[in-house]
Design a protein around this ligand. Structure first.
Ligand SMILES: [Zn+2]
Length: 172
């Protein structure tokens, strides 16, 4: 008979948004999508994946200057995933797998949707964030420039192009 345990407390198991429980060693550092027993393909992100997985360096620079993390840490991937969790609390899980030590990262995030959709969601949220920050700016010409580039910005096209251009294998 299996020993009863409290869900979410086993450091060797990640409980996915769909309810499946997956042993930590089933994930590896190069994984971006997890083909789940539930039939879905879930997006996977780890804290060692740099923010450049989602954005080019010039965007990351803007984000670094714009976002002052309350926890005093440098802007990073976990802040991006924090935005997603805020927006979709039931569709993304985060798990601290440091105690397991098998895959070489501390945090892992798994989304109900796949990694392409996750990338799309992250880009949309960051654009919103920039738009919001810009609306508080006193610089009218910068505001106008931003509004113009925002109108021309196609999230789908950006995500497709970025994913084509980047070598998506980690660690590099
Ligand atoms: Zn699943």
């Amino acid at each position: 008979m299996a020993t009863p345990r409290i869900p979410g407390t086993d450091p060797d198991v990640v409980e996915l948004p769909c309810g499946e429980e997956v042993p930590v060693p089933h994930f590896d550092l190069g994984m971006r999508d997890f083909d789940c027993a539930c039939g879905e393909r879930h997006g996977v992100v780890m804290d060692i994946h740099p923010p450049s997985r989602f954005f080019p360096p010039e965007v990351i620079e803007v984000l670094e200057s714009m976002i002052e993390p309350a926890d005093g840490t440098e802007f990073g991937t976990h802040h991006l995933l924090g935005l997603v969790i805020e927006e979709f609390p039931k569709q993304v899980v985060d798990a601290n797998v440091a105690a397991n030590g098998r895959i070489g990262c501390q945090y892992i995030w798994v989304s109900q949707f796949d990694s392409r959709r996750l990338h799309h969601v992250i880009v949309e949220l960051v654009v919103e964030l920039m738009d919001h920050a810009m609306s508080h700016s006193d610089d009218d010409s910068a505001k106008a420039d931003f509004a113009t580039s925002l109108d021309a910005f196609d999230v789908d096209a950006f995500v497709d192009r970025y994913r084509d251009e980047r070598d998506l294998d980690y660690p590099a």
